[in-house]
Ligand binder design. Structure first.
Ligand code: AMP
Ligand code: GLY
Length: 445
């Protein structure tokens, strides 16, 4: 990344960073941030067993809900910038509280996080700003939903309104299953998150993730990525948080990007401004490239996981300066992110049973890993009583590689994956199939 000549020198101190979150995304952010020579210490709260393997990085164990203690500790540690990773604390207003206490925060307040924490709010926001998205109905009772489903000539997607850890979206293949999914949500499957249901017209096309670093008024785009949401190869099986990703994606051609910017990104930023929402953080546009053009499937108020692990190795050491500028509201808006000329790909190794129930505590063993142009970010790990690395989540490790083409990227990722073992390890063998040659015929990994 090179910052163009309009990028002013920043006199603000940038030595001690706090990252909130405990996944692969937060470890990848720490890894990208430590590259800047200004940075002295990075704290990940709470992080996981992989956090302290990252240069300059340590874990901080504190109760996030004890705000007084938190503020006291952050003042003591002289924290210059706080990056909030996950949506739950953002939606709960942690960014607001920290800003009120004079910290520089990368992450929107609860008002901006509503773009993710209420799907009906986000759909109404898009409708009022004329942003292309699937037609929708916001419904408050099962009876109302049933009428709409029975009268619809097109297949519908069913969504719980609130945060449901990525599990609140159903894409049923029959009217009966659409009704069933709606009933389950109204019966309380997702608690309060399902008090409102959004029914959406089902649209089709490849999906891409676009990330804008925003300072409340201006923004810069990161390289785009394509996630693989389904559990099984050939994009089959249930939706997950993401089984792998690659970046940049050829789906975002120059023409497409111009259209996305004009029809989606700019109108979104303008609509936030009109609503007086001072959005300082990353705005994630989950898009579908349909036959009639790009449409927004969802907004997220945070970096995607595993997209973040995939994109971070492409950033140079000024990435953290951009985050700081967003937090201060002083982006120029035309900073040029000149990323590495390499391609990047990530494969997620998960626990048996994920995205449903899974067991934890299985020892993780590494063989002969080739770390050149390869990072292994812990997603869900801990140390057991003997100090051995064990599984501690559904998503366990993010294996990220870079190379001159996607074939090399994934060849290395899968070669390294063969050297990693834990009971029940599962991963998709076809991540990047959209950009690799012969992938689907080649099952030799
Ligand atoms: P969301 O959590 O809203 O991103 O939805 C999860 C996944 O469901 C998306 O990544 C899409 O694959 C799919 N999806 C969501 N909304 C629609 C829609 N209106 N039409 C087709 N697929 C959808
Ligand atoms: N990769 C999708 C998400 O983070 O929601």
């Amino acid at each position: 990344m090179s910052i163009n000549s309009d990028f002013p020198n920043d006199s603000n101190k940038l030595e001690n960073i706090l990252i909130i979150g405990n996944g692969g995304r937060e470890n990848a952010l720490a890894w990208a941030i430590q590259k800047n020579e200004l940075i002295k210490r990075i704290f990940v709260l709470p992080g996981n067993a992989g956090s302290k393997k990252i240069n300059k990085t340590e874990r901080l164990i504190l109760n996030l809900s004890d705000i007084r203690e938190l503020i006291k500790k952050l003042n003591f540690l002289n924290i210059d910038l706080i990056v909030i990773g996950p949506e739950t604390p953002l939606a709960a207003g942690l960014g607001d509280v920290l800003r009120e206490n004079n910290f520089n925060v990368f992450g929107p307040g609860a008002d901006g996080a509503k773009l993710e924490s209420s799907k009906s709010w986000a759909k109404e926001f898009m409708k009022s700003a004329n942003i292309p998205t699937a037609n929708f109905w916001k419904v408050k009772s099962f009876e109302e939903a049933k009428k709409i489903i029975l009268n619809s000539s097109k297949p519908l997607v069913v969504k719980a309104d609130g945060l449901a850890s990525g599990k609140g979206v159903f894409i049923p293949d029959s009217i009966e299953k659409t009704i069933e999914a709606t009933e389950e949500i109204f019966k309380g499957k997702f608690g309060n998150a399902g008090e409102i249901v959004v029914l959406e017209e089902k649209i089709e096309g490849p999906e891409v993730s676009v990330f804008a670093l925003c300072d409340g008024e201006k923004y810069v785009l990161l390289p785009s990525a394509q996630d693989h949401k389904r559990l099984d190869e050939n994009d089959k099986g249930p939706n997950t948080g993401g089984m792998g990703a690659y970046s940049p994606t050829p789906l975002i051609s120059k023409n497409n990007l111009e259209r996305i910017t004009k029809e989606i990104v700019n109108p979104t930023i303008d609509a936030l401004l009109r609503k007086n929402i001072d959005y300082r953080g990353v705005l994630y546009f989950g898009l579908m490239i349909t036959k009639s053009g790009p449409k927004v499937i969802e907004y997220n108020c945070r970096f995607g996981d595993p997209e973040c692990q995939t994109i971070m190795p492409l950033m140079d050491n000024n990435f953290v300066v951009l985050l700081q500028k967003c937090s201060l509201g002083n982006l120029i808006g035309n900073e040029i992110i000149e990323m590495s000329d390499k391609f990047s790909g990530c494969v997620i190794a998960t626990s048996k049973g994920y995205p449903n129930d899974y067991e934890i505590g299985f020892p993780i063993n590494f063989g002969n890993i080739d770390y050149e142009d390869c990072q292994i970010f812990d997603s869900g790990t801990s140390l057991n009583s003997e100090g051995k690395l064990v599984t501690n989540g559904g998503r366990v490790l993010s294996i990220v590689c870079q190379g001159k083409d996607f074939d090399k990227v994934f060849e290395k990722a899968y070669k390294n994956l063969k050297e990693i073992n834990f009971a029940g390890i599962n991963y998709r063998k076809d991540i990047g199939h959209q950009v690799r040659k012969n992938t689907l015929n080649n099952r030799s990994y």
